[in-house]
Design a protein around this ligand. Sequence first.
Ligand code: HEC
Length: 161
Amino acid sequence: MTIRFSPIATSATSARLSPACPTPRPADHTRRLRGMAALVAALLVGGPVLAADTTPADQLKRWTVEAGAPASVERGKVFFNSRHGGEWSCASCHNTPPTTEGKHPNTGKVIPPLAPSFNAKTFTDVAKADKWFRRNCNDVLKRECTAPEKADVLAYLINLK
Ligand code: HEC
């Protein structure tokens, strides 16, 4: 699916659709009203699941393609539980196995289970997964995770049942 790239397309489209002329012709107006009705309908139908723009399997495919090699559940498990020379491992906050609620060691914030079989929401939002991978990898490894590392971790997480 290409939906994950839609924010760029959408803003470009709406920029093109908004007329520079302050008094739109009636035809424009009708078209815009119709567009708005369609948008409202889409929101009503898809409202609660708007954030869900992907699946764990699609995310695994994405990173495996980027990595150019198959993911490894075993490597993902070792990666997830290693401290990589720092203070924390992924398991420090997400538990091991990450099938239960975790707790942030500093803030005490409750962290929902990371393995998709134990939490239907994980890896269903591209932006969220990307954001947390970036933040958490920086916390644990002092750098971003590579595509092969993300593919391995996700293969490990999906494998937990
Ligand atoms: C210091 C605590 C901490 C550490 C260490 C940590 N995480 Fe997280 N992680 C969080 C929090 C908090 C969230 C957000 C949970 C939420 O609100 O849904 C999160 C969310 C995530 C998500 C988003 C899942 C989704 O909903 O799509 C991924 C992916 C993730 N973490 C991977 C990792 C990996 C991989 C590591 C190890 C490199 C790691 N985390 C280490 C705290 C941590």
